[in-house]
Unconditional design. Structure first.
Length: 68
């Protein structure tokens, strides 16, 4: 969610271990594909989305990859 005055994303809810909850909209076909991947891998849809986001960042901006 964007704060119109500051132009920064608001933190909606902080989870444990420094995670941040976000709401994301997907085209219906993409969402169904993500659900199918999650079902096949026997993981949550959230896990699939986090994994995809981490892979995207690592590919596009390898210097920003978390060290751990």
């Amino acid at each position: 969610m964007k704060d119109k005055k500051q132009g920064k994303a608001k933190v909606l809810e902080r989870g444990t271990a420094g995670s941040v909850r976000a709401s994301v909209s997907f085209p219906e076909a993409l969402y169904r594909s993500l659900e199918e991947i999650a079902k096949q891998k026997k993981v949550s849809l959230a896990w699939v989305v986090r994994d995809a986001a981490e892979l995207y960042v690592a590919e596009k901006w390898p210097l920003f990859r978390e060290r751990g």
